[in-house]
Design a protein around this ligand. Structure first.
Ligand code: C5P
Length: 223
């Protein structure tokens, strides 16, 4: 494959989503938010009454996801449609993130979403955001970045986001959730969250978004 891919992996709250959008916009590349596919699978399953133990049901749902990602103005998250329904807000809830992380631990579900993710690789290039972009989905990606931040900083960022959205939560509860999610994502048997051997690790703790963007662009050889 000649089409370049910039793989950006890391834990939730590391700023991957925002950075991926900014890099894609700067380079005029396509964008893959792979976490959204797991969130959509979890949401569709929940709406169809399919439980976490029904692996065949989950695989069917994952294989038949009818989704569209619509472009939005800079800074706004992409609008996500499922079966024509706007589910942008529904897939961003804490519950959906939790369910996504459970669904994502099932290898058969990951297999069902594999080719769909690779299909996003189109000219002039792709910026792909996830947990296993550099290790499993695009092992030949010329640029692999692993973006991290301390759990405390990630909880703090999420706390501020939720406050801005008018949701009042306890920061301690968020920190607990982040630790539990990290633990599940890093210690699962299928595609565990870890840096690819050839990934460049960037720690965003204490850095502004602009500072992280410059580091990522430099790592991508595009600064
Ligand atoms: O990145 P995001 O928080 O939207 O991902 C939701 C969940 O989906 C993660 O907690 C992770 O368990 C799972 N995921 C994954 N592999 C990816 C992207 C997300 O397992 N490539």
């Amino acid at each position: 494959q000649d089409i370049p891919v910039i793989a950006i992996d890391g834990p939730s709250g590391s700023g991957k989503g925002t950075i991926t959008q900014m890099v894609a916009r700067r380079l005029g590349y396509h964008l893959l938010d792979s976490g959204a596919l797991y969130r959509l699978t979890a949401l569709a399953a929940q709406r169809q009454g399919i439980g976490i133990a029904d692996i065949d049901g989950l695989v069917r749902v994952a294989g038949k996801l009818d989704v569209a990602f619509l472009p939005t103005p800079p800074g706004e998250p992409a609008r996500v449609l499922m079966g024509g329904d706007d589910v942008t807000a529904d897939i961003r809830t804490e519950t959906c993130g939790e369910n996504a992380s459970r669904v994502a631990a099932i290898q058969a579900v990951r297999d069902a979403l594999l080719q769909r993710q690779r299909d996003f690789r189109q000219a002039p290039g792709l910026v792909a955001d996830g947990r296993d972009m550099g290790t499993v989905i695009f092992p030949d990606a010329p640029v692999k970045i692993f973006l991290t931040a301390s759990a405390e900083e990630r909880a703090e960022r999420r706390y501020r986001q939720l406050l801005d959205a008018g949701v009042d939560v306890s920061i301690d509860a968020l920190l607990e959730e982040i630790r539990a999610r990290d633990d599940r994502d890093m210690n699962r048997a299928s595609a565990p969250l870890r840096p690819a051997d050839d990934a460049q690790v960037i720690d965003s703790t204490g850095l502004s978004i602009e500072e992280v963007l410059e580091k990522v662009m430099a790592a991508a050889g595009q600064a």
